[in-house]
Ligand binder design. Structure first.
Ligand code: NAP
Length: 372
């Protein structure tokens, strides 16, 4: 077993603190900070939500509240490069420079083009020692949604599917069946809490009338907004959810005339439509306009295939039951997935009771350790 250094331990703590705000910081990343003096932790903080103070000034304030003096070296550990621009809060670099911090350990640079190494450069100009890279893999994974969004310049798109052992997604007659076990379902509900929106195709809405909520998970995070791709506006008012935020239906311009019947239940937005499919890049722009920065696409197969064909995806999550052969409806996105999978990076394999979760990342969405 390798023993962890003080730096590793403190960065692990910073990541742990950051993760406390899981699902609450969008569109910002999750950030935690730990301040040490003479090898002892003297302050901690984490960013709770957009518009709230950042982790670094909170850790510094915690140390001040404990009357920590300037004697002895102060080291600041933070899982993302400190910011150097004024957003809703002042730059963290200024707060660090105003305190007697001698050394900053950052897990990774900030992929936000407004920062991207400038925070580190300013600290170094002022003779603060800065080291980048400790705990980088964990930090990049924690903020993979934020990283991909900065990389690809659009909201984060994850595709999720539950498959039986023989690759099916529903019973032969299309009826909904429980494919995965309780552990996997609880995992999926926690996942939902980290997203701004959950999206399904209208056929899934019509057949399953899914709740699309996070009732099996009571931790922090959001109740994601429900979104339906419904080009012909086939949805009926009684199919739509009455609790939570108003659902969002995307339809083709020519279906707009049917909107009146649904307007009380849903917000209806038109998208460019070629007679078969929406322009999913236009969908991404609309989601951004609506401040929905991350979307979990839960299916069904035609919906998944459309995102895969357009290359509009950042992660694929395959929950697969290891023993249940359903002999039902096959997942028709499998061909599109086989194509995309060739360049995808497998980032996780987890056993969840009788199911296995495999997670793949799009090659353009990932942070490569060592990026400077
Ligand atoms: N196991 C799982 O994880 C899982 C998850 C969800 C659903 N399901 C199952 O999947 C089945 C439904 O799948 P499905 O493939 O038949 O239907 P679907 O993907 O739920 O919905 C397809 C319909 O949604 C609209 N749509 C989807 N993507 C679009 C795009 N990019 N552009 C324009 N319109 C788009 C179209 O509506 P129009 O038909 O009006 O053109 C399309 O025919 C159900 O049996 C459900 O139980 C399984």
């Amino acid at each position: 077993m390798t023993s962890l250094t003080m730096d590793d331990e403190c960065m692990r703590r910073a990541v742990e603190l950051a993760a406390r705000a899981y699902g609450e910081t969008s569109p910002n990343p999750m950030v935690g900070a730990v301040l040490t003096q003479n090898g002892r932790i003297v302050g901690e903080g984490f960013h709770r939500a957009a518009g709230e103070p950042h982790a670094e000034p909170l850790a510094l304030a915690a140390a001040r509240a404990r009357a920590v003096q300037g004697r002895g070296r102060l080291t600041l550990y933070v899982n993302l490069e400190p910011c150097c621009h004024t957003g809703r809060t002042p730059p963290c670099v200024d707060a660090i420079l105003a305190a007697p911090v001698e050394r900053v350990v950052a897990a990774m640079l900030d992929p936000n083009p407004h920062v991207a190494g400038r925070g580190v450069a300013r600290l170094r100009q002022q003779r603060v020692r800065v080291e980048v890279g400790c705990g980088e893999r964990q930090a990049a994974e924690l903020n993979h949604v934020f990283v991909a969004r900065q990389r690809r310049g659009r909201p984060f798109v994850a595709l999720k599917v539950a498959l039986s052992a023989d690759g099916c997604i529903a019973a032969r007659d299309g009826a909904r069946v429980k494919i995965t076990g309780d552990v996997a379902r609880r995992h999926a509900h926690r996942l939902r809490a980290g997203y701004d929106a959950i999206l399904v195709g209208v056929e899934t809405l019509a057949r399953d009338r899914p709740l699309l909520d996070r009732r099996l998970y009571d931790g922090p995070g959001r109740a994601p907004r429900r979104v339906v791709l419904d080009p012909h506006l086939r949805s009926r008012a009684e199919w739509l959810w009455r609790h939570g935020a108003r659902p969002l239906l995307f339809c083709a311009e020519e279906s707009q005339r049917k909107a009146r019947a649904l307007e009380a239940e849903a917000e209806i937005v038109t998208l460019p439509y070629d007679g078969t499919r929406f322009d999913l890049h236009a969908l991404a722009r609309e989601l951004e306009r609506l401040q929905l920065w991350s979307v979990l696409v839960e299916g069904g197969a035609r919906t998944h295939a459309a995102f895969l064909d357009a290359g509009v995806w950042d992660r694929m999550l395959l929950y697969r039951n290891r023993s249940y052969a359903l002999q039902g409806l096959e997942w028709h996105a499998a061909d599109a997935w086989r194509r995309e999978r060739q360049n995808a990076k497998r980032v996780e394999v987890t056993t969840l009771g009788g199911d296995t979760l495999e997670v793949f990342a799009h090659p353009e969405s990932v942070w490569l350790p060592g990026e400077r």
